[in-house]
Write a protein that binds this ligand. Structure first.
Ligand code: SAH
Length: 247
C-alpha cells in the first residue's frame, strides 16, 4: 500500500509549484491530475509514471467526486507513491479534505502538500494586493458557485457590506447576479471589481469595472477566472506588472 500526496499545483505558472511538490512529482509512480493543474508539470515525472486525468469543468464534473476518491484509493493499493495534483491549494475549494477522509476511512496514508492558491496569487499577478495598509484589513475567499441542491443561498450576504476584499472563485457565470446582490445589500455601485482570466499564465487577461459595469465588460472572458471586489482593485493602477511585461 502506498502513500497519497494530496498536492497543490499552484495557480498556473509552472514556476509557482513548490519545491516539495516538484520533488514528489519527480518521484511519483502515478499522477492523478485536474484540469486546473498546469499539464507541463507532468513533463517532470519519471519515465514510466502513469497519468490519470480526472478533470472537472467549472459546473459539470467529468468524474463525480466519489469516483475520483475511488480512483485515488485504487491507485494507492497499486502504487507506492501516488501524487494527486490539484490546481492551487488542495483545501481552497479543492475538495482535498473529502479525498483525505475517504482515504483515512480505508486505512491509506496521506500527506497534504499546500499549493499557492489562485485566490491570492492571481490578483497578485494582476497587481492587486488582497490586503493593503490603510485600504482594507481583511479579505474573504468565497465560492460564486453554490451547490445546486440548496434552494437558498448559504452565503450570509448581509455580512458582505463591510470593506473586506472579496475574492469570488468559480463564479464567472454568476458575475452579474453577484454584483446586483452586492448593490442590493448596500455596497456602492461604484465599488471597483476586477475579473482576472487565466491568471499567472501567458494568456492572463484582466478587466476592471465597477459593480454596475463589470459584468458587461467581462462577459467574453474565458475561464478559469476569478473576480475581486473592493477598493484594493484601484491599486492595480500603480502595481500592475505582469500583463505589461507580456506586451
Ligand atoms: N484550489 C484552487 C481553487 C479551485 S476552485 C486554488 O486554490 O486556486 C476553481 C476556481 O479557481 C476557478 O473557477 C477560478 O475561479 C479559480 N482559478 C483557479 N485558477 C485560476 C487562474 N489561473 N486564473 C483565474 N482563476 C483561477
Amino acid at each position: 500500500m502506498g502513500t497519497v500526496y494530496l498536492t497543490g499545483a499552484g495557480p498556473g505558472d509552472m514556476d509557482l509549484l513548490t519545491v516539495k511538490a516538484l520533488r514528489l512529482v519527480k518521484e511519483a509512480d502515478v499522477i492523478i491530475y485536474d484540469r486546473l493543474a498546469n499539464p507541463d508539470i507532468l513533463h517532470e515525472a519519471k519515465d514510466g509514471c502513469e497519468f490519470v486525468y480526472v478533470g472537472k469543468e467549472d459546473s459539470h464534473h467529468t468524474l463525480p467526486q466519489e469516483e475520483i476518491n475511488e480512483v485515488i484509493y485504487q491507485n494507492a493499493l497499486k502504487y507506492n507513491c501516488v501524487v494527486r495534483l490539484k490546481g492551487g491549494d488542495p483545501f481552497v475549494f479543492g475538495r482535498g479534505g473529502e479525498e483525505g477522509i475517504y482515504l483515512r476511512e480505508r486505512g491509506i496514508k496521506f500527506e497534504f502538500i499546500p499549493g499557492i492558491t489562485s485566490a491570492i496569487a492571481v490578483p497578485e499577478y494582476a497587481g492587486i494586493p488582497v490586503t493593503h495598509r490603510g485600504v482594507t484589513v481583511s479579505f474573504r475567499v468565497v465560492t460564486g458557485h453554490e451547490s445546486k441542491n440548496k434552494d437558498h443561498s448559504q452565503i450570509p450576504w448581509d455580512n458582505y457590506k463591510t470593506d473586506d476584499t472579496i475574492v469570488f472563485l468559480m463564479g464567472l457565470h454568476r458575475l452579474k447576479k453577484i454584483c446586483q446582490k452586492l448593490i442590493e445589500i448596500g455596497k456602492s455601485k461604484d465599488c471597483p471589481v476586477a475579473v482576472i482570466s487565466k491568471g499567472t499564465t501567458k494568456d492572463e487577461k484582466t478587466v476592471v469595472g465597477t459593480l454596475e459595469t463589470v459584468w458587461d465588460l467581462a462577459k467574453d472572458l474565458p475561464t478559469p477566472a476569478l473576480f475581486v471586489v473592493g477598493e484594493v482593485v484601484r491599486l492595480r493602477e500603480q502595481l500592475s506588472w505582469f500583463e505589461e511585461d507580456k506586451c
